[in-house]
Design a protein around this ligand. Sequence first.
Ligand SMILES: [Zn+2]
Ligand SMILES: [Zn+2]
Length: 344
Amino acid sequence: MRALVYHGPGIRTLEERPMPELSHPEDAIVHLTRTTICGTDLHILKGDVPTCQPGTTLGHEGVGVVDATGASVSSFKPGEHVLISCITSCGRCDYCRKGMYSHCVDGGWILGNRINGTQALYVRIPHAYFSLNHIPAGADVEALTMLSDILPTGFECGVLNGKVQPGCSVAIVGAGPIGLAALMTAQFYAPAVLIVIDPDRNRLELAQRFGASHVLAPDGDTVGQVMALTDGRGADTVIEAVGVPASFELCEDLVAPGGTIANVGVHGHKVDLHLERLWSHNITITTRLVDTVTTPQLLKAVTARRLDPASLITHRFRLDDMEAAYDTFGRAADTKAIKVLIEV
Ligand SMILES: [Zn+2]
Ligand SMILES: [Zn+2]
């Protein structure tokens, strides 16, 4: 079968790989119909993720049809349409029982990292009964592909951890796929001010279309502009969706007294924490790896047409054109890519 395989920093090839097989009674094999590329896949290709060994099929997002199930998988049957969660979870360990699926002792983010992933014709899903979601008949499978990772990530790590409330002010730093997912799901709570900050004009236009009340390109006075929009207080919730020291430090400048900085970005370097200024401001800083506990809720919101994540899809490719898909996604500033959808 065709698969997009990581072969060490900077090297990826679309090649023939053996079909995955059931290796545990709780496994399922899923025949992918749609998959997509994530910023995390680009991190792996840069060599930033040492847990991903050369020879691993990339990808942790996708929808498909169950092809085979192990003897212990009673809740899914061959032929059923499923949404794959980027987080694999057993549902039984201490972490899973606390809803922290991301830290499952026999799972977490393993797909397309420690085990072969979804950028292929077929994928093996461990703990299938907990790591798959049923797709109702007639649902928009392309929209649901956005629910494997980015929508629950923006919602759980940004909006829920950031305690977005009706009438509050929110500043989202970074308007990539995750920042835009946070923007979409923050509106469940009707914040009064919803500011998106990003240097990319195209992304700011999208943010405006997706419901931002104000968009800002960072300049010398980004802080002053946010203060002007928030009665001089700063934002009650600041969502960091970039993952570099400068953007996190901007969040420290933007947060209102009593507010929350919800970090979503994947950081590769240490960041300065300005406690000399913030110690008395009653702020909260949160970090989280997505647990995908909200996926069933988001799935219902999409099927009820209360949420339209398909609008994040900017480009479409076939699995055979995976090289072009990576090239387009990797040069997002030029190609204006947000999410590229791969038809398998
Ligand atoms: Zn992802
Ligand atoms: Zn577990």
